[in-house]
Design a protein around this ligand. Sequence first.
Ligand code: DX5
Ligand code: ZN
Length: 228
Amino acid sequence: MAVQINPSILSADFARLADEAEAVKGADWLHVDVMDNHFVPNLTLGVPIVESLSRATDTPLDCHLMIEDPDRWAPQYVEAGAGSVTFHAEAAAAPVRLAREIRAKGARASMALKPATPIEPYEDLLPELDMLLIMTVEPGFGGQAFLDIMLPKIRRTRELISRHGLQMWLQVDGGVSAETIERCAEAGADVFVAGSAVYGTEDPAATVRALRAQAERAAAGAAWACGH
Ligand code: DX5
Ligand code: ZN
C-alpha cells in the first residue's frame, strides 16, 4: 500500500526554506500552507515564495490554500509551480469550475474540508478531484492536538471513494504524528501532512521515514486497503 508523507513547512524556518526542503529529502511532497488572515486568523506566504521555492527544490509542492476567493487565486499557484493545489470547500464559489481549471493548467486538484464540514454534500464532486483533504484540526496553526472525532469522516470518505471506484488520494492534515498516524491510516487516509512532528525533531528526514513505515504497516492491515 503506497502511502505518502508531506512535511508542512509551516513548522520550518521561513528564512531558510531551501535548506528546510533539503532537510526532508525523501518526502513525497512539501506541504505549503498559504494563509490570508481572513479565511483563517493567521498570515503566511503567497505566490512569489511558492515560485522561488519551486525553483529551489526538486520535491513537488502541495499548496494548501487557506484563503478566501480561491477561485481567483488558485490558478496562480499552479503557474507558480505547485504540483497540487488544494482549495477549501467553504471558500470556493464554484468548486467544479475551479477544480477543472487547476487540472487544465496541469496540477492535481484537491479540495479541503474543515472539521465541521461534512463530506456527504460533495459526493458527486469527487470525480472532479485528485485528492480530498480532511482537516484534523481547525486550520490556521501548526502544533495543535489531533481531533479524534474526525476519524469517522475519514472512514466515510474512504467508503465513498471505494464505492465510486475512484483513484483519488485522501489526505489528513493537523496533529499527525507517531501517536496518531496509524489511526488515520487505519481509517483510510493515504497522504499524511506533518509539520511539528517532522520539523520539531533532530533528523526530519529520518522522522519522515519512520512515519512512512508506521503508516504503511497500519494501512496494510486495514480493511479498506485489502485488494489494493
Ligand atoms: C494547519 C495547517 C497544517 C499545519 C499542520 O492549519 O494546514 O498543514 O502545518 O501542523 P501540525 O502537523 O504541527 O499539526
Ligand atoms: Zn495544511
